[in-house]
Design a protein around this ligand. Structure first.
Ligand SMILES: Nc1ncnc2c1ncn2[C@@H]1O[C@H](COP(=O)(O)OP(=O)(O)O)[C@@H](O)[C@H]1O
Ligand SMILES: [Mg+2]
Length: 230
């Protein structure tokens, strides 16, 4: 499945293996949401696959406005279901002792089966954790991620890393249960009298694929993602 990032697919022997569960990790502003939305949008528009993007962080309106700036239009293409759970998050935050993670998994399983959805994105795992009261996080997360994997749809799990963190997932479990890890880094670079922030993309892991381990600069120019590879 192509990533839509110019220069990346050839480094992945063509793209992301269909059916993989991929962790997309990075600090705030590293383009995680934009990249994942773009991959789903591209798949829906060019192959007719169906996709669901679950947003816990940005409303549908905010997402569409941001994606319109990337040239992806103001309208959702048929086949792309952008589920806005930002309100849900504020409403359920007050209700304790609910197994939200299990409930969310069960609803997702039902949706995928009923709609024959091929791609799934969760933005972000951290926002989901914040609303799910996890009394035994490792066991609950293990069960949750196994359940997602068993769906056999290509899944993108967005993970927000704190600045300077070496962890891709909050609990560490995400890293070994995922088939792939795409890491988006924002690096500070001193340029004379100012500090520039530069984005880099690295493929840390992609099962079934020979890939390099280098981080390359990631540009977003005229709505097009591009790796700078020399
Ligand atoms: N055309 C563009 N080129 C480069 N950066 C952009 C462009 N449009 C938006 N941005 C920046 O992208 C960031 C938002 O990307 P987003 O995908 O939401 O990141 P994340 O999900 O990792 O927090 C913001 O910092 C915004 O300023
Ligand atoms: Mg985001």
């Amino acid at each position: 499945m192509p990533t839509t990032v110019v220069g990346l697919d050839e480094r992945l022997e063509g793209g992301i293996p269909v059916g993989s569960m991929v962790l997309v990790a990075g600090t705030a502003g590293s383009l995680k949401s934009s990249l994942v939305y773009r991959i789903l949008h591209h798949q829906v528009c060019t192959t007719g696959r169906k996709a669901m993007f679950v947003s816990f962080e940005q409303s549908q309106e905010q997402m569409l406005a941001q994606m319109a700036r990337l040239g992806l239009g103001q309208q959702l293409p048929a086949g792309l279901n952008l589920v806005d759970l930002t309100e849900f998050r504020t409403q359920v935050a007050e209700v304790d002792d609910q197994p939200w993670l299990e409930t969310f998994l069960a609803l997702t399983q039902r949706y995928v089966a009923q709609s024959e959805c091929d791609l799934l994105a969760i933005d972000s795992l951290d926002a989901l954790y914040a609303l799910a009261a996890l009394d035994n996080p490792r066991a609950q997360l293990f069960h949750f991620l196994h359940g997602l994997r068993a769906l056999n749809v290509t899944t993108f799990l967005i993970s927000e890393s704190p600045r300077g963190s070496e962890r891709f997932g909050h609990f560490g479990i995400e890293e070994f249960l995922s088939d792939g890890i795409i890491h988006l880094r924002v690096r500070e670079e001193e340029r004379g009298n100012h500090t520039a922030l530069r984005r880099y993309l690295g493929v840390v892991k992609m099962r079934q694929t020979a890939h390099d381990m280098d981080y390359h600069p990631l540009l977003l120019v005229d709505g097009r993602f591009e790796l700078v590879v020399d």
